[in-house]
Write a protein that binds this ligand. Structure first.
Ligand code: NAD
Ligand code: ZN
Length: 254
């Protein structure tokens, strides 16, 4: 591992023309959305929460689905706002250097901050929509949550009566192959890969790092704790909402 100072990280960004960025749960903790595995993580505080996003448990246990819908009603994602870290990535886009932003997050905060949809890959889906597990129906999550508020504890699909869920990739489900391709293409063609707020332990998205490294592309990691790839990257430790504005703001266009 090489420990980078802010100046070093900034000159790496300044010298690059095509930057691919990968973000994980850590970029949204300062917006009030807990990560999964940290001390205040969701799974640490509510062991059942992991099952809410496991497809086998979800499909086979109606009681679990009732709790999952109640959890969705109180999900901090519903009221969260983008923070300075999300906004710094919009500044990076405005500099013309952002090739693609791949996120493992499902909170929609990159879009809310102003990242262009055509540059964003939400590899694990999003919570803005609900989908049917039996047919192709999909609709705004807000409308399905209204049904829950109105008394439907486990609302069924209006087309086929199938089981509804959020439009996120559950454990036991495959990622959209088009999203995986976008992520891998970005890693293979960027001239700098920046990884933010991820343990880099969740595949296939984490595969972006070895793809970039095999091509000799530099990797910059900014994270509060160690990651799986610290030994091969330039690493900056600390808070993303504090560090990213310093790294990405005021970049000149290349
Ligand atoms: P993770 O929880 O495994 O790791 C998050 C990392 O971010 C940790 O290493 C932590 O130290 C670091 N971190 C937390 N807050 C930080 C901050 N303010 N500044 C700097 N670093 C910070 O998350 P992951 O590796 O991204 O993956 C877990 C999975 O959980 C992903 O698949 C993701 O889809 C999902 N998830 C998403 C959200 C969300 O959408 N906001 C929230 C929780 C989990
Ligand atoms: Zn259906």
């Amino acid at each position: 591992m090489t420990s980078a100072g802010i100046g070093q990280a900034r000159s790496l960004v300044q010298g690059a023309q095509r930057i691919a960025v990968l973000t994980g749960a850590g970029i949204s903790t300062d917006s009030g959305i807990p990560d999964f595995r940290g001390p205040k993580g969701l799974w640490t505080r509510d062991p059942d929460a992991e099952k809410y996003s496991s497809i086998d448990f979800y499909l086979s246990d109606p009681e679990l689905r009732v709790r999952a819908w109640q959890f969705r009603l109180s999900n901090p994602v519903l009221v969260a706002q983008p923070n300075a870290g999300h906004r710094a990535l919009v500044a990076l886009e405005h500099s013309g250097k952002l090739q693609r932003l791949v996120t493992q997050n499902i909170d929609g905060l990159h879009l809310a901050a102003g990242t262009s949809p055509e540059l964003l890959t939400e590899a694990h889906g999003n919570t803005r929509e609900a989908v049917c597990t039996a047919c192709t129906w999909r609709g705004p999550m807000s409308e399905t949550l209204d049904r829950v508020r109105a008394g439907e504890a486990d609302p069924a699909c209006s087309e086929c009566s199938g089981i509804l869920k959020s439009a996120t990739v559950f454990f036991g489900q495959s990622l959209d192959p088009a999203c995986v391709q976008e992520a891998f293409d970005a890693a293979a063609t960027c001239d700098l890969l920046v990884c933010l707020g991820s343990t880099l332990a969740v595949y296939p998205v984490a595969e972006m790092v070895p793809i970039a490294l095999r091509r000799g592309t530099p990797v910059l990691i900014v994270n509060a704790e160690r990651t799986e790839f610290d030994e091969s990257a330039l690493v900056l430790r600390g808070s993303l909402s504090e560090l990213l504005p310093e790294i990405f703001s005021g970049l000149s266009e290349s």
